[in-house]
Write a protein that binds this ligand. Structure first.
Ligand code: NAP
Length: 287
């Protein structure tokens, strides 16, 4: 029996994994929020992993506030790097396969075509640097690991761009959204299922993978699609701008090439527009 620990379980991806778990009845899941298991507390980690016997750990816990990370780098590194190092040591010690989530923000966005796993990371912001350090620790420490870099995660849960656009459209607010970055919105429900599919396969093709929805767009294109694809949000006021000032620099082009995950792990990637329709159907159009 596979026994899977999911950390950060009250976050966006954690909650999507909780939903997807229903389709994997042969797995035993233990979902822990930050309140139950703070991954930066090494004593707690040791005690928890000694008490339970996990076969897999999916680490969705992370410091994810890209803007705030610029002013509190210690906190970002403590969670995204040092805590990940401790988690990797603990998984290695207990022979647990570690699944970890990383980001397109490890790249500088200057390549101009989709990034493959072998491309050299060069983060532009503190969040990306801290996530890259976490990746490096896992690669140094673990043999049995999967690092999934993903991009522009959104879903019906948590705080994300999709939910902000839906909320502002409902409130009748005028929206100005930038065309400055190109990437791929990824439905966190798709990533959640993909992670569990890899566990179900017993794959030993360990390593770094890129996994996002297919296609590419800008934040403006994403907002436009959200409004156009929903009967209830059509007509909201949306304006295109070509620059939006932020504390954290972001890669201009951070599309991920998911070929390796499709070929070696047999994962499928749905086009982001198709997946968006499913989230809209669940969250807006049936209300
Ligand atoms: N969101 C995106 O656009 C995006 C894009 C690419 C990659 N990713 C990566 O995808 C993963 C999942 O992201 P997400 O969108 O689900 O993020 P999220 O909604 O912010 O969830 C992260 C969860 O981790 C928890 N957490 C923070 N510090 C913790 C600690 N010390 N111990 C245990 N839990 C802790 C958070 O709790 P609190 O909220 O209470 O702090 C939150 O519940 C992350 O690794 C992220 O870096 C995200």
């Amino acid at each position: 029996m596979k026994k899977i620990l999911v950390t950060g379980a009250n976050g966006q991806l954690g909650r999507c994994i909780q939903d997807a778990a229903a389709d994997f009845p042969d797995f035993e899941f233990v979902f822990v929020s930050k309140e139950k298991l703070d991954i930066s507390n090494q004593d707690l980690l040791t005690e928890f992993f000694t008490r339970h016997h996990f076969s897999h750990c999916i680490n969705t816990a992370a410091y994810t506030n890209v803007e705030k990370a610029e002013s509190e780098p210690e906190k970002a590194f403590a969670i995204n790097a040092v805590a990940v190092e401790n988690l990797a040591e603990t998984c290695k010690q207990h022979n647990i396969v570690l699944f970890h989530i990383s980001t397109d923000y490890v790249f500088d966005g200057k390549k101009g075509s989709p990034y493959i796993e072998e491309d050299k990371p060069r983060p532009l912001n503190v969040y990306g640097e801290s996530k890259l350090k976490g990746e490096e620790y896992i690669q140094q420490i673990c043999d049995k690991y999967f690092i999934f870099r993903t991009s522009w995660l959104y879903s019906q849960y948590g705080h994300n761009f999709y939910k902000s656009i839906v909320r502002m459209a409902r409130e009748g607010k005028r929206m100005t959204i930038t065309t400055e970055q190109t990437g791929t919105p990824t439905n966190a429900n798709d990533l959640a299922r993909a992670l569990l599919q890899v566990i179900a396969q017993d794959s030993e093709e360990y390593g770094v993978y890129h996994y996002s929805n297919a296609g590419e767009t800008t934040w403006y294109g994403f907002a436009e699609a959200i409004l156009q694809q929903s009967e209830k949000l059509k007509g909201a006021s949306l304006e295109k701008i070509n620059h939006y000032t932020t504390f954290a620099a972001r890669p201009a082009y951070s599309v991920l090439d998911c070929g390796k995950a499709c070929n070696r792990l047999y994962l499928k990637t749905i086009h982001w527009r198709e997946s968006l329709k499913l989230v809209l159907k669940r969250t807006v159009d049936n209300l």
